[in-house]
Design a protein around this ligand. Structure first.
Ligand SMILES: Cc1cc2nc3c(=O)[nH]c(=O)nc-3n(C[C@H](O)[C@H](O)[C@H](O)COP(=O)(O)O)c2cc1C
Length: 375
């Protein structure tokens, strides 16, 4: 690994460039491919692919607020190539630049076909999923199951590489289990095939999400390849990101679960890593972003599906905002009425603001009692 390749088109220390909200038709590929241009001095922070979570609107918001890049939810390559509606929605990238589509599958031909189609539909980067631990995925020999047979994994990577002209990347775990920590080998094979970057989640498949991600173990990958390495797992803020980069020797971090209900977190970490001041949005701005996300999902999926799809986001926004009592929260995640969900979401952000304003307005005698009075 070298430290002079970065997943950012921004110059070191520069203000993030204004992001286009839609890809200009005919934009030359080499401009879009600047995502992977070698730059020095900047460590990036990417939004991780989270199936059922990192929908189009979450990615748009995260990217607009400074995430180095975002990755779509995994898209089953065969479903996408066959044109299913769910796969199409997962691969949506309108207004997200660069638009990284992650494909999952085990058959090189379907993966190649899915990649070709994704590129034709505007993907700027194709990412291959070799990390998903879910039984439904590994049972079909996809996701992290591919790490059990690196020769097959390599054939699949080669097929995807050959199918497209945009950059290709791969996301993996440390290995299938403790006895086969073969991520460095897989990363070397990807590099030889012309892959532009690899992401490593610092757990084995058999660990699923238990324990702590082993950032130091990612170092073996960083030392095995010269292409950019992105380290992933349990990064929840700037201190974690710095420690993760130090221990892993990676070029960038990828943040998943910690960004749910806080899509601005990834940009804040990216800014912090670049040495810029971290300007996280205030409560009012967060409320607006959450509402934008929610309304976007209703528009994308329709009212019935949208309100269901939005539930995990609504719960996470409300939990971080802290403004709902348990019965309101329960209502927020069960209501099928989009207007009621929107009202409760607003309330989640308003209530703490109103409460703190009330406290501030109280006469001093009624304000929080000093500890000495109770003693
Ligand atoms: C709900 C959920 C869905 C996920 N979906 C995907 C996926 O579609 N593709 C993928 O490569 N990884 C997926 N992952 C793994 C994450 O991208 C990431 O590797 C993992 O959550 C560790 O990072 P974190 O600790 O920052 O969340 C998923 C994880 C979770 C919790």
């Amino acid at each position: 690994m070298t430290t002079d390749h970065y997943l950012s088109a921004e110059a070191p220390g520069a203000e993030p460039a204004a992001l286009p909200t839609a890809r200009a038709p005919g934009t030359p590929l080499h401009v879009q491919g600047a995502l992977l241009a070698p730059l020095s001095g900047v460590h990036g922070a990417l939004l991780a692919p989270l199936s059922g979570v990192t929908d189009l609107h979450m990615r748009r918001i995260a990217r607009r607020l400074g995430a180095t890049a975002t990755v779509s939810e995994m898209v089953a390559a065969e479903d996408f190539a066959r044109g299913t509606e769910e796969a199409r929605l997962r691969a949506e990238g309108e207004g997200v630049l660069p638009h990284v589509v992650q494909l999952a599958g085990c058959d090189p031909r379907w993966m190649a076909e899915g990649a070709r189609l994704a590129e034709a539909n505007g993907a700027d980067v194709i990412d291959v999923n070799m990390g998903c631990p879910a039984k439904a995925v590994t049972g079909g020999q996809a996701g992290s199951a591919l790490m059990r047979d690196l020769d097959h994994a390599e054939r699949l990577l080669a097929a995807v590489r050959a199918a497209v002209s945009v950059p290709v990347t791969v996301k993996m775990r440390l290995g299938w289990d403790d006895a086969t920590r073969n991520a460095p080998d897989l990363a070397r094979r990807a590099e030889r095939l012309g892959y532009a970057a690899v992401t490593v989640h610092g757990r084995t498949r058999q660990q699923f999400y238990t324990g702590r991600a082993d950032w130091a173990a990612i170092r073996a990958v960083s030392e095995a390849v010269a292409i950019p390495v992105v380290a992933n797992g349990d990064v929840a803020g700037l201190d974690d990101a710095r420690a993760c980069l130090r221990e892993s020797g990676a070029d960038a971090v990828m943040i998943g679960r910690a960004a749910v209900g806080r899509p601005w977190l990834v940009g804040a970490v990216a800014a912090g890593l670049a040495g810029a001041a971290i300007a996280e949005p205030d409560a009012a701005a967060r409320a607006e972003l959450a509402a934008e996300h929610y309304e976007g999902l209703i528009a994308l999926y329709g009212a019935r599906m949208g309100v269901r799809h939005a539930r995990k986001h609504l719960a996470a926004y409300a939990d971080h905002a802290g403004g709902l009592d348990p019965s309101e929260r329960a209502r927020l995640v069960t209501t099928t009425d989009p207007a009621e969900a929107a009202r409760l979401l607003r309330r989640a952000f308003e209530a703490p603001v109103a409460r703190s304003a009330q406290q501030a307005a109280r006469p001093e005698s009624q304000a929080a009692r000093p500890a000495t009075r109770a003693a």
